[in-house]
Design a binder for this molecule. Structure first.
Ligand SMILES: NC(=O)c1ccc[n+]([C@@H]2O[C@H](COP(=O)([O-])OP(=O)(O)OC[C@H]3O[C@@H](n4cnc5c(N)ncnc54)[C@H](O)[C@@H]3O)[C@@H](O)[C@H]2O)c1
Length: 347
């Protein structure tokens, strides 16, 4: 039986470096090739990692020694390589957000399903040890009726971050700004804990950066389960603060600060509480990218790529299948629709 998934990286810019290094630390994955529309970039990346640069996507996808690809192209260029890979029978691990419109994301999901290949979406924050603890508490009904679900992403990116590559902060290729690019990780967690949204009302603005899309958003949400919540996402909050997710109910509240549990309080304590607090606040592998993109730790990508590779070898679903990666996109698109129209958006 095959014990290793052979991976090629598509798009060899900034985050591709995390992919390459993370793959190098995985037991079940091996980096074999890469492709970028800018050949010099692919060549430099390939040289650094001792692999082959392939001059075309078709060439890459026709290689029999490539089982899967990771997609690290700009967000609005995730669909084309995913569809081509699925049609060539290759599995796909795609960077967040899955894509920038629901139509494009749906085409990715559909094509991967039709061709029976795995589609997984990178949200490395989901690999945190605190996440299943919160999910278990929710499933056990420990919150009672869920009342409030809030997310705060007060991050910072300097103008140089946007200027370095032309697509960031554009509607066409980033699909938005602070919410679609940075906030999306936290929206994914919020959606995981609070469930589907019913209505959202939002405001957004471009307050300090020279970019097309927003660098600050606030939104009020009503969830399908009746809970209410707020969302704040920005890249203007110097020097940048840990992101926060807070889930409250009539019987308890849990707060996540970055990857760590900052509050775990229930009116009906159990023997599990001390252990949950200890384990959920001690995951040193993950820290947020609150101050700069370069500060993102490798460990989250390592955990997610290891899971992706194992899911293929074991024939099971990955941690975040494509259709789950779609959830954050749906909420974000609803927030943008409301902010543009000035009216509530109903899902
Ligand atoms: N998970 C995270 O924490 C995280 C962090 C940063 C970026 N990202 C995501 O990763 C993706 C890439 O971001 P980045 O900052 O590395 O961007 P980047 O601009 O540094 O790199 C993108 C690369 O893709 C190449 N490219 C563009 N179109 C292509 C195509 N059609 N086919 C092949 N290559 C193509 C570009 O030449 C460039 O080298 C984005 O979707 C972004 O949201 C995720």
């Amino acid at each position: 039986m095959q014990d290793c998934v052979r991976i090629a990286v598509v798009g060899t810019g900034m985050i591709a470096e995390w992919h390459a290094q993370a793959i190098g630390r995985c037991q079940c994955a091996r980096l074999v090739a890469c492709f970028d529309v800018v050949p010099d970039r692919a060549a430099a990346f390939a040289k650094k990692h001792g692999i082959d640069p392939v001059p075309s996507l078709d060439g890459l996808l026709s290689r029999v020694d490539v089982d899967a690809i990771t997609i690290a192209t700009p967000s609005g260029a995730h669909m084309e390589p995913t569809v081509a890979a699925a049609q060539a029978g290759k599995h796909v691990l795609c960077e967040k957000p899955l894509e920038i419109t629901l139509e494009r994301a749906d085409r990715m999901i559909r094509t991967c399903e039709e061709n029976k290949v795995t589609l997984a979406c990178v949200f490395q924050g989901r690999t945190g040890k605190a996440i299943p603890l919160i999910q278990r508490a929710l499933a056990a009904g420990r919150f009672g009726k869920l009342t409030l679900a809030d997310a705060q992403v007060k991050w910072y990116r300097d103008q140089a971050y946007y200027d370095r590559v032309g697509w960031r902060g554009t509607w066409k290729m980033d699909g938005g700004g602070a919410l679609m690019n940075q906030g999306v990780h936290t929206i994914d967690l919020l959606r995981l804990f609070a469930g589907p949204p019913k209505v959202v009302h939002a405001f957004m603005g471009t307050l300090t950066h020279r970019i097309e899309a927003e660098d600050a958003v606030v939104a009020s949400v009503r969830y399908a389960n009746g809970a209410l919540g707020t969302i704040v996402a920005s890249t203007t909050c110097a020097p940048g603060f840990p992101r926060r997710v807070e889930i409250s109910g009539e019987r308890g509240t849990v707060a996540l600060e970055d990857h760590r549990i900052a509050r775990w309080s229930f009116l009906d304590p159990t023997d599990e509480d001390e252990r949950a607090l200890r384990e959920g606040s001690a995951d040193e592998g993950l820290k947020g990218g609150s101050t700069a993109a370069e500060a993102i730790p490798l460990e989250g990508h390592r955990r997610q790529i290891e899971d992706f590779a194992r899911s293929i070898l074991e024939g099971r679903e990955p941690l975040i299948p494509g259709r789950e990666g779609r959830h954050a996109l749906e909420l974000i698109c609803g927030i943008y629709a409301s902010a543009r129209s000035g009216r509530p958006h109903v899902f």
